[in-house]
Ligand binder design. Structure first.
Ligand code: UDX
Length: 429
């Protein structure tokens, strides 16, 4: 099989678009199908609809190799490998909603010979087996199924695809897995071949482990606050041990986003459904919830009652370099502060559009200093560059009181105090 075979992608969301753009960049013709007319129209007109560094340029550069369509037959027509990148959001019970995956099976054309469905969406362990059984019972034993979980982080997704640490390919037998492995050969990275359930579990276990690291360092930070140790130096000291590693040990307001909260809850649920109580993950989730709320006590220490006080949240997106507000710490924090009777303001360089719908009752500002004008306190929620370069002098002039809670440990405590701010961070004296 040629490395440059055409590829189909189902779902033009964030994972689907990054996958499509990166395979097009490798030289493949890619046909992307979505059911959302507005999204397809926007893509055809040259937009992306999402904020992901490098993605727009990649789509533009490979315009000739990319096609966007509402018609599923087009996506299946030329391609032998079709990447399933549809949404699998959590349901009220915490299980994953797989309706979009089942719809893909309903849409299979008869006789799409040699076709392999490649699951990129995060699906509960066991889904691949259910899909396999369903395909077989529909007389479609000819359709291959491969699990190929994505490990893309928002903000660095393009680089994560092009220079991954590993590619995981789970298959029921060698055939379809070999074909998909060939597509990634050009990247020159380790390709781990497994069975389908193991590939599905690698994705959940990786995200749950990273989330555990974050909750762990946040608890260490909270103990540091009681004992006078400095968590950032503790993390550096721990990270020098290669068995621990330096990554994902940044204490702060906890993790958010579209993956960690959802995947940790889903793994806990998955274990629970089979009768196993995953105690550690229960604690990881609880620590993450409490971590955001600790800011309120820090504010109250300086301001007393928060009723009638103006508090500005600096950064609203769940992390920098994205406009994604899913499970952002700002959402919980804003609600808590509003419930305490505070006036809440928000500033973010790219997420204001998303924030407008989600942060009812919060006064939103495009200009950082305007957001701080007359404020009693500011809280750093997302570590945008503009926040890292906090304008102490101007902020000190416009704020009513110079209280600064650094929820991401991005500023230098000495510098903040030299600028006459009442400064508190997370786990640093
Ligand atoms: C994550 C995984 O990194 C990726 O591999 C997976 O496919 C999807 O989930 P993403 O959600 O984009 O990607 O964000 P990531 O950069 O991993 O950060 C997740 C959250 O953890 C953010 O809210 C971030 O602020 C927080 N975090 C991260 C910390 O609080 N401390 C850290 O040390 C690292």
């Amino acid at each position: 099989m040629s490395r440059l075979e055409p590829i189909g992608v189902l779902g033009a969301g964030w994972v689907g678009l990054v996958t499509a753009a990166c395979f097009a960049e490798l030289g493949h013709e890619v046909c992307v199908r979505d059911i959302d007319e507005a999204r397809i129209a926007a893509l055809e007109a040259g937009g992306t609809g999402i904020y992901e560094p490098g993605l727009a340029e990649l789509l533009e550069r490979n315009r000739e190799r990319l096609r966007f369509t509402l018609d599923v037959r087009e996506a299946f027509a030329a391609a032998r490998s079709v990447f399933v990148c549809v949404g699998t959001p959590p349901t009220h019970s915490g299980d994953a909603d797989l309706s979009a995956v089942w719809r893909v099976l309903d849409e299979l054309e008869p006789g799409s010979d040699g076709l392999t469905l490649v699951m990129k969406s995060t699906v509960p362990v066991g889904t691949g087996e259910k899909v396999r059984i369903e395909l077989d019972s529909r007389g479609r034993a000819d359709v291959g199924y491969v699990s190929n979980p994505e490990f893309l982080a928002e903000g660095t997704a393009v680089a994560d695809f092009q220079r991954p640490d590993r590619v995981v390919i789970g298959s029921f037998g060698p055939g379809p897995g070999d074909a998909i492995a060939t597509l990634y050969e050009g990247l020159g990275v380790p390709i781990l071949r497994t069975d389908v359930a193991t590939a599905e579990m690698i994705k959940y276990a990786s995200n749950a482990f990273l989330a555990t690291k974050i909750s762990f360092i946040n608890e260490i930070a909270n103990v540091c606050e009681e004992t006078g140790a400095d968590v950032s130096v503790v993390a550096r000291g721990m990270g020098l041990d290669p068995r621990i590693g330096p990554h994902f040990l940044r204490a702060g307001l906890g993790f958010g986003g579209s993956c960690f909260p959802k995947d940790v809850a889903a793994l806990k649920q998955l274990a629970g459904n089979s009768g196993y109580h995953f105690q550690l993950l229960t604690a990881v989730i609880e620590v993450n919830e409490l971590q955001k709320r600790r800011v309120v006590a820090k504010l109250a220490k300086h301001l007393g009652s928060l009723r009638g006080k103006t508090v500005t949240l600096l950064g609203l997106a769940f992390k920098p370099n994205t406009n994604d507000m899913r499970e952002a710490s700002s959402l919980v924090l804003a609600s808590r502060l509003l419930a305490e009777g505070a006036h809440v303001r928000g500033w973010d360089p790219v997420a204001l559009g998303e924030a407008r719908e989600l942060l009812q009752g919060v006064e939103l500002h495009e200009d950082l200093l305007a957001a701080l004008e007359g404020a009693d306190a500011a809280v750093i929620v997302t570590e945008w560059d503009a926040v890292r370069a906090f304008p102490y002098h101007e902020a000190g002039r416009v704020m009513r009181s110079a209280v600064l809670i650094d929820g991401r440990n991005v500023l230098d405590p000495d510098e903040a105090r030299a600028a006459r701010f009442f400064y508190e961070s997370v786990g640093r004296p």
